[in-house]
Design a protein around this ligand. Structure first.
Ligand code: NAD
Length: 491
């Protein structure tokens, strides 16, 4: 097993404690790599390196030179996409087909934000006071803590690192303990692109041992987090102690709403893609399918027919459609939710158990599972499962669909399937979700803002909105009058 090292201050280091932990391949359930077990000591060194870089070599670069480095990195990622995708699939069990597509797309975030780096202009304010010149500067925050989950490790890191670096910040990145290997391999590309030492640091380890000291470190100015909402709540509280701004990209219980006037083949496809792609392990999983009652039974039959054909097996195989669950605890959680749904009285129409197929070997596989007869009040209709489990809920009209869709604590995404433009626009306005897809699902781009309403998060990643999350505005006042105003009166 390869022993990996962490990137801190431009050097590859073992953890201060000299300890490692195993990273496990979810398809074989066997350890395949050793990852350094970082701790507060490593965080302290990384934060110091990031602070030094922020005030030093990184600050001295022009914004154009910063952008050029980001674009160089983008080109290196593109060259290495296939290899990194293989590493991700080995580490987190997601389909190679999906990871390869993600890795090929990740360079766009670095190109886009690299292009923005030298366009972060301030404004001259036509101030209402005579004899005064007022302008603004857009400035970086300092050291950013980036904390990422296991489901799309490099994509979700790129969503943070690209705007953070473009804005002139430095970064300490803690990847998930379940998927750190690709992060460490990715780190080599920052070196090869020529980033000054300490601009990007990677400290691996557990949430309480690395994440918490990182968030509370006095030199960390901002926290950018993707993960579960409970962890997000805790991180928000830790960040609040230091009055640190946060970006929180959290979970969801997204509704995929199918109206009777929808193009049914596309809608069936979209609902299957929404929940079974990525084995349901995406924050945007369309885990609730809201189906208009008049087409409910026909739709369910078509859905079952397509879902039954899903090929499970080796995620490295390009023909596999549903891979394993990434972690053993998550596998158990998915099975627990299936049991809960059955106990609540939902009707299991497909799957409903661990997969025992020969092609699944000893991996953590769960059969694609579909429940009908789900009441919106059930736990299975409200809590994030993060696995291949779909709840089908019937509705009668638009008002009821909106009520059910908006009826959870989450608000990450929603899908609407209709051929009526009037209905599409009205629904897009009424749904409480950061992303609404009409007649499509699971589309994201570096150009379009992504984030959650309600308990699904705070702030936006991607698009022009994202760079604002990594900047602060300074207002500069210059007195150009020749008079001496009364010092005891506000100017
Ligand atoms: P998680 O919350 O368990 O862990 C995410 C990261 O936080 C990991 O790096 C983990 O080590 C770290 N962490 C855990 N406890 C911590 C603590 N006390 N202090 C600091 N850091 C801590 O999430 P996960 O299981 O890795 O990922 C799945 C979750 O992520 C799901 O809920 C999913 O919806 C969410 N997610 C959201 C988005 C989005 O963009 N909204 C995208 C992907 C995943």
């Amino acid at each position: 097993m390869k022993k990996h090292r962490m990137l801190i201050g431009g050097a590859w280091r073992d953890s201060a404690s000299g300890q490692w932990f195993e990273s496990v391949n979810p398809f074989t359930a066997e350890p395949w790599a050793l990852v350094p077990r970082g701790s507060k000591n490593d965080v302290d060194i990384a934060a110091e390196a990031a602070k030094t870089a922020f005030h030093g070599d990184w600050r001295k670069l022009t914004a154009t030179a910063r952008g050029a480095l980001l674009r160089k990195l983008a080109d290196l990622i593109a060259c290495d996409a296939e290899r990194l995708a293989r590493v991700e699939t080995t580490d987190n069990g997601k389909l190679f087909a999906e990871m390869r597509a993600q890795l090929s797309y990740i360079p766009q975030w670095f190109h886009y934000f690299g292009g923005l780096a030298d366009k972060l202009e301030g404004r001259v304010i036509p101030i209402d006071k005579p004899g005064v010149f007022n302008f603004t500067r857009e400035e970086p925050l300092g050291v950013v803590a980036a904390i990422t989950p296991w489901n799309s490790p490099l994509l979700l890191a790129a969503w943070k690192l690209a705007p953070a670096l473009a804005a002139g910040n430095t970064v300490v990145w803690k990847p998930s303990e379940f998927s750190s290997v690709s992060a460490l391999e990715f780190g080599e590309l920052f070196e090869r692109a020529g980033f000054p030492p300490g601009v990007v640091n990677i400290v691996t380890g557990y949430g309480n041992e690395v994440g918490e000291p990182l968030i509370t470190h006095p030199d960390v100015a901002k926290v950018a987090f993707t993960g579960g909402d409970r962890t997000g709540e805790h991180i928000y509280q830790l960040a609040a102690r230091g009055i640190k701004p946060v970006t929180l990209e959290l979970g969801g219980k997204s509704a995929n709403i199918v109206f009777e006037d929808a193009h049914l083949d596309s809608a069936v496809n979209g609902v299957v893609s929404g929940i079974f792609a990525a084995t349901g392990q995406t924050c945007i999983a369309g885990s609730r399918a809201l189906i208009q009652r008049s087409i409910h039974d026909t739709f369910v039959e078509r859905l079952l027919a397509l879902a039954k054909t899903a090929r499970m097996g080796d995620p490295q195989d390009l023909t596999t459609q549903v891979g394993p669950i990434t972690t053993q605890p998550q596998y158990q959680k998915v099975l627990d939710y299936i049991r809960i749904a059955k106990e609540e009285g939902a009707v299991c129409r497909l799957g409903g158990e661990a997969a025992r197929r020969a092609e699944c070997k000893s991996g953590w596989f769960v059969e694609p599972t579909i429940f009908t007869g789900v009441d919106p009040k059930m736990r299975i209709a409200n809590e994030e499962v993060f696995g291949p489990v779909l709840s089908i809920i019937p509705f009668d009209d638009e008002d009821e669909a909106v009520r059910i869709a908006n009826g959870t604590v989450y608000g990450l995404a929603a899908g609407v399937w209709t051929t009526s433009i009037r209905r599409a626009l009205l629904m897009s306005e009424r749904l409480e979700a950061g992303t609404v897809w009409i007649n499509t699902y699971r589309a994201v781009s570096y150009m379009s803002p992504f984030g959650g309403y309600k308990r699904s998060g705070i702030g936006r990643e991607s698009g022009l909105d994202a760079i604002r999350e990594y900047l602060q505005t300074k207002s500069v006042w210059i007195d150009i009058s020749e008079s001496s105003p009364n010092p005891f009166v506000m100017r």
